[in-house]
Structure formats: structure tokens, C-alpha cells
Design a binder for this molecule. Structure first.
Ligand SMILES: Cc1cc2nc3c(=O)[nH]c(=O)nc-3n(C[C@H](O)[C@H](O)[C@H](O)COP(=O)(O)OP(=O)(O)OC[C@H]3O[C@@H](n4cnc5c(N)ncnc54)[C@H](O)[C@@H]3O)c2cc1C
Length: 377
């Protein structure tokens, strides 16, 4: 349909998902994309993320594959965007210090290898070769996943938005969407406090607030509450020579796993537990404990100090899997809600654009449609 490139598209939310969709859409539509962002582009989950791009703990197989396809896309985004998007290559290193968790790790690695994920079990000597400065303590089992990366979400979001803007996309920050104008079962305009934006398609990429906003159009988006903490530190010397992400086991001082990465400015990001772990302790005391735990494994952290960081809220569909695509009852409302949105952003951006511009349904998205919540089992 040649007229699709003249569709007026309004994207609500300029986090990593909205920004990625805007970037891909802006190359297909003719100056007809508008982004409305309530605060600033990093104010939502994307600014609080650990930003590990991976398909490690993603089950079942089709969800693993979805994440894997997007991970592979990250490698070409730097080239497409022609900008520093804050990618840190080098893979992920983890180890376990108890027999039971070592067995779980070994099983996981074997499973991932049968799916063709580039990962392997490594010896303690190989760990030291990879990271000579690491002081892991007891090691029952260790693994290395070499394709994993982490990214600096602010750089990626800026690159997408700058690129989209250069292609004619209009971006309005401090523009809170408060309502929709609906006629004949279609949204014809999106309303902010001061403005009204006519549209042919509206894309909801507004994360945790989507449930409330969609309810104004009688659409139910089932979500669960998922707070998490990733603390920051002041800059320190380079602490990881080769790898990008470190997962360390619990120890006597701290009874949870921690994960750690270092940004280009030398500062660290440290989280605890699993990728979906619930945590709301944003105290300085908790930040100090996480950092001292990391220092025990990586003495080169030296005198860096912890900065307490506010809780981040993951957009988390009720069953934990993404919700992507047009809604049935309002056929021009497109929703994109997900955890692991950093990993998935390039794929969602590119494939959602195809669904919107080419009026097709991408097979890979079929398990992730909103209507799955209406189907009885
Ligand atoms: C602690 C934590 C750790 C994480 N770790 C990882 C990880 O390691 N790897 C990974 O892949 N993912 C991780 N995630 C998940 C990932 O960060 C999110 O899935 C992703 O950031 C979601 O992006 P988004 O653009 O959908 O949402 P957001 O970044 O939340 O963006 C939504 C935007 O919409 C705006 N908005 C809301 N309502 C309105 C409105 N009415 N009008 C206009 N604008 C509005 C908000 O201001 C916000 O900027 C983590 C998340 C957290 C919190």
C-alpha cells in the first residue's frame, strides 16, 4: 500500500523502545512521525537498566531465539546509526561456588549450547587468563558467553532520536499524553495537556504507565509490579580487561549474586540477584554493601565510592513475556511493552516498523500478542 508512508504515526514514550521504533519508522515514513515524551528520554526504566544484552536466561526456546536475534542486531546498530552507542563487547563471565548452583550452571550451558548459543564452561585457569585481576575465591564451575555485550542506553537513545529527527521526526518532551480521541473504533488524535496530535497509528511505548493509559481506551494491558536497583559508583581504573559483564556468586557478606559492568567514563553499575529480582532498597547503606562485595572480587576497584540510585521499575507484562502488536479492539493502536527491552530494542524497532508500514504480521511476534491473555487455556 503506497500510501502507508504518509500515515501519521504518534509514538508515546521515548525510552529505548520508543526511540528504536522511531529510528526505524523515520526511514520509512515521510516526515510523519511524532514522539511524545512525558519527561525526558531516560526517565523511565531505560535509565535504570543494567543493560546486559543477552539471551542467557531466556526460556522457552522461542523467547531465547527472539532475544538472540536482537543481540545479533546490536552488532550492526553502530554501523547503521553511525554514532557512539556505548556498546561494550567482550562477553559475560560467571562462576558458582556451591555444588548445587554449579550443577545448575553446567546444565544451563549445555542447554544453551544445544541451541547454538556461543557459551562454554571454562576452568579456573581460563578465568584468570580472561580476567587476571579477578579474585573469585572458591570456584565450583565457571562459564563464558562470548557474544554478550552491555550498552549505554542514554547513548543509544540519543543516537536513535537524533537520527530520527534528522529524517523529519518531531520530538516533544515534557508532553504527557492524557487522553485519546476515538471515532468509529479508531484513535484519530492523541491529547496532551496543551495540544492535540491527529494520527493514523498510535504506538504505545510508554513502559509501566501503559496499563493506565491504555485503560482510557478500554484496553487492558496486564502488568506485574517489578522494582529493581542498579547502583552506580564514582569512576575507577579499568577493572575488567577483556570481558564486558561479570556475574559473581553470593558469599558470606552478601547472600545474593551480584552483577557488574563498567562504563566508558570508568563508573560501575552493580545489581544483585537475577535479572528479574525484586528490590526496593535504594539506601546508601545497601549501595555500600554491593560495592564492598564487588571489591572483594575485584580489588582494583580501589577507592571508588557507591552512589545510591533510585529504584527502577521494569515494564513487566503479567506472564513476563513481551506484548507486541496491534490491539484487536482498536486496530490502529500498536503496543510494545516488555522486560529485557534493552536486549530487544533493535529487533522490536525494525520488526514493528514492518508491521506498521507494510501491514504484515511478523511470525516471531505471534506468541507475544496481547490477545493471549484473553484466550482460555
Ligand atoms: C533494575 C533494572 C534492570 C534491568 N536490566 C536489564 C538488562 O540487564 N537487560 C535488558 O535487556 N533489560 C533490562 N531491564 C529492562 C529494560 O530496562 C526495559 O525493558 C526497557 O528499558 C524498557 O524500555 P521502554 O522504552 O519500554 O520503557 P521506558 O524506558 O520506561 O520508557 C517509557 C517512556 O514513556 C514515558 N511515558 C510514560 N507515560 C507517558 C505518557 N502518558 N505520555 C508521554 N510519555 C510517557 C516515560 O516518561 C518514559 O520515558 C532492566 C530494568 C530495570 C528497571
Amino acid at each position: 500500500m503506497s500510501s502507508t508512508k504518509y500515515k501519521k504515526i504518534v509514538i508515546i514514550g521515548a525510552g529505548i523502545i520508543g526511540a528504536s521504533i522511531a529510528y526505524f519508522l523515520s526511514h520509512r515514513s515521510h516526515n510523519n512521525v511524532t514522539i511524545l515524551e512525558r519527561e525526558t528520554p531516560r526517565s523511565g526504566a531505560s535509565g535504570h537498566s543494567f543493560a546486559w544484552v543477552n539471551a542467557f536466561g531466556k526460556d522457552p526456546r522461542d523467547y531465547h531465539t527472539l532475544n538472540r536475534r536482537s543481540l545479533d542486531m546490536w552488532y550492526r546498530m553502530e554501523y547503521h546509526l553511525d554514532a557512539d552507542i556505548g556498546i561494550h563487547y567482550g562477553g559475560e563471565l560467571r562462576w558458582e561456588n556451591s555444588k548445587e548452583s554449579a550443577l545448575q550452571l553446567q546444565r544451563r550451558i549445555r542447554q544453551l549450547q544445544t541451541w547454538g548459543y556461543p557459551c562454554q564452561l571454562i576452568s579456573r585457569d581460563e578465568m584468570s587468563e580472561l580476567e587476571p585481576g579477578l579474585n573469585p575465591g572458591k570456584v565450583e564451575s565457571a562459564s563464558y558467553s562470548k557474544a554478550d555485550i552491555h550498552v549505554e542506553t542514554d547513548k543509544f537513545i540519543s543516537a536513535c532520536l537524533n537520527n530520527a529527527q534528522a529524517s523529519g521526526t518531531e520530538i516533544y518532551t515534557e508532553s504527557d499524553v492524557i487522553d485519546f480521541e476515538i471515532q468509529n473504533d479508531k484513535i484519530v488524535a492523541v491529547k496532551t495537556e496543551d495540544n492535540e496530535f491527529p494520527c493514523d497509528v498510535v504506538v504505545l511505548a510508554n513502559g509501566t504507565d501503559m496499563t493506565k493509559l491504555a485503560s482510557l481506551a478500554d484496553i487492558h494491558i496486564p502488568q506485574q509490579f517489578s522494582p529493581g536497583i542498579v547502583i552506580k559508583t564514582t569512576p575507577c581504573d579499568t577493572i575488567l580487561e577483556n570481558i564486558a559483564i561479570l556475574h559473581a556468586p553470593s558469599n558470606d557478606e552478601y547472600k545474593q549474586h551480584i552483577h557488574l559492568r563498567q562504563l566508558h567514563d570508568g563508573s560501575l553499575r552493580i545489581g544483585q540477584g537475577t535479572q528479574e529480582g525484586i528490590n526496593r532498597d535504594d539506601s546508601k547503606q545497601h549501595a555500600d554493601i554491593l560495592l564492598s562485595c564487588a571489591k572483594a572480587f575485584l580489588p582494583a576497584i580501589g577507592n571508588a565510592s557507591a552512589i545510591a540510585t533510585p529504584v527502577g521499575y521494569r515494564p513487566m507484562p503479567l506472564d513476563g513475556f513481551p506484548i507486541i502488536g496491534y490491539t484487536e479492539s482498536l486496530p490502529n493502536m500498536y503496543v510494545a511493552l516488555m522486560h529485557s527491552g534493552v536486549t530487544l530494542a533493535p529487533l522490536i524497532g525494525e520488526m514493528s516498523t514492518m508491521e506498521i508500514m507494510d501491514d504484515v504480521r511478523i511470525d516471531w511476534f505471534e506468541p507475544y500478542r496481547l490477545d493471549r491473555f484473553n484466550k482460555s487455556n
